[in-house]
Design a protein around this ligand. Sequence first.
Ligand code: ACO
Length: 402
Amino acid sequence: VIDIRKLYAQTGMFTYDPGFTSTASCDSAITYIDGDEGVLLHRGYPIGQLAEQSSFMEVSYLLLNGELPNKAELDKFSYTISRHTMLHEQLATFYRGFRRDAHPMAIMCGVVGALSAFYHDSADITDPQQRMIASHRLIAKMPTIAAMAYKYSIGQPFLYPDNSLSYTGNFLRMTFGVPAEPYVVNPIVEKAMDRIFILHADHEQNASTSTVRLAGSSGANPFACIAAGIACLWGPAHGGANEAALNMLREIGTPDRIPEYIARAKDKNDPFRLMGFGHRVYKNYDPRATVMQQTVREVLGELGVTDPVFDVAIQLEEMALSDPYFIEKKLFPNVDFYSGVILSAIGFPTTMFTALFALARTVGWVAQWNEMIGDPEQKIGRPRQLYTGPTQRDYVGLDARS
Ligand code: ACO
């Protein structure tokens, strides 16, 4: 086995790999992806099995601790998370500093970063216990933060967490409940939402997770690191794709317009891409998209919702997958292609989609951050570059410049 660090120290050579298409930035025991085969495993367990048979709390425990919990461990973990769902009361004032029409992701970046100012004990990241408390706080508070961002945008009062509900049930209530009326959690929606959270929980060294690791590698406060991850996730090439995908499907509107959009996606003079299609790692069907497509069918059926956008999505997928351009480039639907349809059926506005992704991905981010900080070999992340600027030259005084 070649020790790259030693090799570099001896030769001064480094690799040039823009976009990290073939460079591993770390070793990790959390998530495995085989992009050619369309396989995704968390700690060895296939994503399909976890989505079908597990719960988001169980998967969170698994990602953080490495093993599935037994009943007592799961109960204790769920209880611990429920004890951390509240936000400091002063954070409600913080929300009021944002414009009402602020994007929820803008609010989330600010509020999560601001948690650093409330939990000074988490600054001691050398203490594994403190790291775990910070992780629990983040997992627990994200639903509250996301729901409050939504409530703020629609001018409704914030709802305090109800810890007698499940993690996901509590989130649905804080989002869709109103103080004057009792809120009954729909078990079908709760199950579907929980599954969506599982599907988004971790995805090895994607752009936002790598951002969290890079920010954390300097020893920064965990809340600030997760805020950095949220900022990265927001982009339309990453987490913002679910919002963009639904907007695209709505814009297409009817199946007869699909060929026009497929032609645009293939036209190299048109910057348009099929949103929710293609993936850096998957050169096969994204296994999360398979579960998501099935979940959309179930939820629309159970809720009695008919959304023409779903028909457009199904037909768009069929046409794209039989088109030589998409076949040759191995472009398949990714997790974002169908998630918007289901989130919209549940009642979320498109601007909340990426915030939901951030909520679920927080567990992956903190698991990866913990793994990195706990590694005795861990170093600050410091990529090199290929310099393409001018060679050395002498400064010229302002008067002498043409
Ligand atoms: N529609 C049309 N063409 C596409 C698409 C698409 N959605 N995705 C990739 N291509 C084409 C590119 O134009 C390129 O063609 P070329 O070889 O002729 O230049 C080729 O496929 C390879 O594309 P790259 O951008 O080089 O692939 P990369 O691995 O860098 O990008 C990405 C992956 C960003 C996801 C890309 O497929 C994309 O932009 N997809 C749409 C946005 C999206 O759905 N993002 C969500 C990703 S999943 C997630 O974050 C949860």
